[in-house]
Design a protein around this ligand. Structure first.
Ligand code: FAD
Length: 348
């Protein structure tokens, strides 16, 4: 099965990562610009017929599938072997992957296996004189670099979540499904069990994120219960009250809850919520930063948000330079009436 554009559908336990459908839409765009007609999808592991049908419905013309038992759980070696084999089979000009923790590792290994170039975390694509040009933020998002792989094939590109819009699902689309049985290395690790670390944290896919920073703990008028005497515990108790306000606003907006590293390091909220250079990189339609100063490492993770709203008591906080709307004020005073007004307006 030859396909000039090949798209890897990332999934966990048979559930596709929504950004995979965004990658298929980007693949269709590239195919159009390159004057090609065929976009193929690759499914590895728990790749049911339903998942293959979904890939076709979201824009693939054909599916390459490897369902070896060695691919039951994600481990880099067998997945890299299987994906490299699929790429050899389809010999595409471009391999697109949604940018996830798994695919960052996988794309690097496949690029090494195939001795070709990889462009990670891409936010825009263009074609000029038959070459694919990929734009990616660098220096914590301060610059946008346009990169290409001039002389090797395929060009491997991972796409930042929510940078591209998925196509409308067309259930009636159909296409061929080809099974591959490549030789696969034994993995050096075994997954003995998995559990969800915390429910409700889907920052990368969220259209709206409300985040809290160190400022959530700053309400000296809040008096912790008398049995909490340790100063650190009193701080965390206050932070939990502040994060409760952040959560209520998030609930009213149907948003995910994010946090700065200062809030995570101080123990106010688990790491799964961290946005930034050493946390999640997000691009929601709306990002509300509450009590976050706007350090460059935080901005690196949310700079590409479409609309940024900042609530901060310091009018000189750097976050206001990036924000489209800013409220200078104490989050303890601003958030409750804002949440109330939104609940009324949105009927939640
Ligand atoms: P602060 O900078 O302390 O800001 C708190 C803000 O809250 C202030 O602006 C203050 O005016 C405001 N405030 C206080 N009280 C209130 C109130 N009651 N109402 C409203 N506003 C209030 N940071 C990240 O976020 N993500 C990362 O991934 C990350 N990675 C890093 C990697 C490295 C290598 C390094 C060195 C740092 C990294 N950091 C990261 C840390 C970063 O430099 C900042 O220290 C951090 O972002 C600050 O978090 P903050 O804005 O919550 O806290």
């Amino acid at each position: 099965m030859a396909a000039p554009i090949l798209v890897y559908v990332d999934q966990s336990e048979g559930k596709p990562v929504p950004a995979s459908w965004e990658a298929l839409a980007a693949g269709r765009y590239l195919a159009g610009e390159l004057g090609q007609s065929e976009v193929g999808a690759v499914l590895l592991g728990a790749a049911s017929d339903e998942l293959a049908a979904e890939a076709l419905a979201y824009g693939a013309d054909s599916v390459l599938r490897v369902t070896s038992a060695d691919l039951k759980d994600y481990r880099p070696e067998p997945f890299a072997d299987a994906l490299s084999a699929a790429v050899r089979e389809a010999s595409p000009q471009v391999l697109l992957l949604p940018d996830t923790t798994r695919t960052r590792e996988l794309a690097g290994m496949v690029a090494a296996d195939l001795d070709t170039g990889l462009i990670p975390d891409v936010t825009a694509l263009a074609v000029s004189e038959g070459r694919v040009l990929a734009t990616r933020p660098i220096y914590a998002g301060k610059l946008l670099a346009t990169v290409t792989v001039p002389s090797r094939s395929p060009q491997i590109i991972t796409l930042r979540s929510r940078a591209f819009a998925a196509l409308e699902r067309e259930g009636a689309r159909s296409g061929t499904i080809t099974e591959l049985e490549p030789e696969i290395r034994q993995a050096s690790t075994e997954v003995v069990g998995t559990r969800e670390s915390e429910r409700g944290v889907t920052l990368s896919d969220a259209a709206i994120i409300v985040s809290g920073g160190r400022g959530v703990a700053n309400n000296p008028t809040l008096e912790p219960p008398a049995d909490i005497s340790d100063e650190k515990e009193r701080e965390i108790w206050r932070a939990h009250q502040g994060f409760e306000l952040v959560r209520q606003l998030a609930e009213a907006l149907g948003a995910a809850v994010g946090a700065s590293r200062a809030a995570v390091d101080a123990g106010y909220i688990p790491y799964a919520h961290q946005v930034g250079q050493t946390g999640k990189v997000v691009s929601p339609d709306l990002y509300v930063a509450c009590g976050i100063s706007g350090a460059i490492q935080h901005l690196a993770g949310m700079r590409t948000s479409k609309n940024i709203v900042a609530i901060n008591s310091d009018p000189d906080a750097p976050i206001f330079k990036l924000a489209r709307f800013g409220v200078v004020g104490d989050l303890y005073e601003v958030l409750p009436p804002l949440t109330e007004a939104l609940r009324e307006r949105l009927g939640r």
